[in-house]
Ligand binder design. Sequence first.
Ligand code: NAD
Length: 296
Amino acid sequence: MNIGFLGLGNMGGPMARNLLKAGHHVTVFDLSAAAVSGLVEAGAKEATSPGAVASADVEAIITMLPAAAHVKQVYLGDGGLLANVPSGVLLIDSSTIDPMSAREVAEAAAKNGNPMLDAPVSGGTIGAAAGTLTFMVGGSEADFQKAQPILAAMGKNIVHCGDTGNGQVAKVANNMLLGISMIGVAEAMSLGVALGMDAKVLAGIINSSSGRCWASEINNPFPGVLENGPASRGYSGGFGTDLMLKDLGLASEAAKQVRQPVILGGLAQQLYQVFSMQGHGGLDFSAIIKLYRQED
Ligand code: NAD
């Protein structure tokens, strides 16, 4: 297939490469010339603007941009995608943005005659490189079926979450829970160790008891519990605190719009905010345990 791809950063770069590896023809655009030339070396065709991608005889366009403001600019702005794309071309936005913005852009696309899906991902940069991302997809069943072979080149788990915007709903709900549960694990681990328990033994108990969760088992925040986890390498790599902060901001913004309380989500957001303000925004979010422990 001929596919357009905009946003070739930490996630979009490897995703576009996987489309090339799967045999698709890919036309790319990014504001960063270095990001574009990396993809051109891998076999992609360069476009000089979003409008040029839209006019490049593509059957589908994927965007992987930092935030809603970039998505709106690229789709709705002067010289953007919607002003140039022929009707019928399938549009897929994989950026993580708030559900309302996703619905607003999809509505404009529909008026233009373009089907659009929101398809945010989980799996991080490792999943993007390995082609094992999870896609949470919002939109019609028919459009989901059309997108599946494209998304399958970049992900392993492709889930239809319902109507437009529901991919983003799934993403913010999951990541809010993740942010909260990491703080819970950090608090419980710190309490147990402060009361004299060995961290590995305590983690073993939690992970075979009712406190078990991804944050306790796969990404335990206490140093030394998991040999290969971010906590055992100075919290480098992994999922950055500032990215978690962004997702918690999306959750609280979306919650406000439907007057739904997110009490623990709001508290978690403030704790990560404090941690980021202290200069730790680049550390894996499990480093939030530093708020509970003096020695680190
Ligand atoms: P990034 O900052 O590495 O990449 C974004 C890219 O978009 C950059 O190359 C930038 O130049 C480009 N860009 C910005 N504005 C543009 C425009 N107007 N036109 C064309 N290109 C433009 O970000 P990332 O880590 O790749 O994340 C992308 C999205 O994926 C974000 O919404 C993020 O929340 C989400 N996400 C990231 C991760 C992760 O682990 N990094 C995991 C899941 C989801």
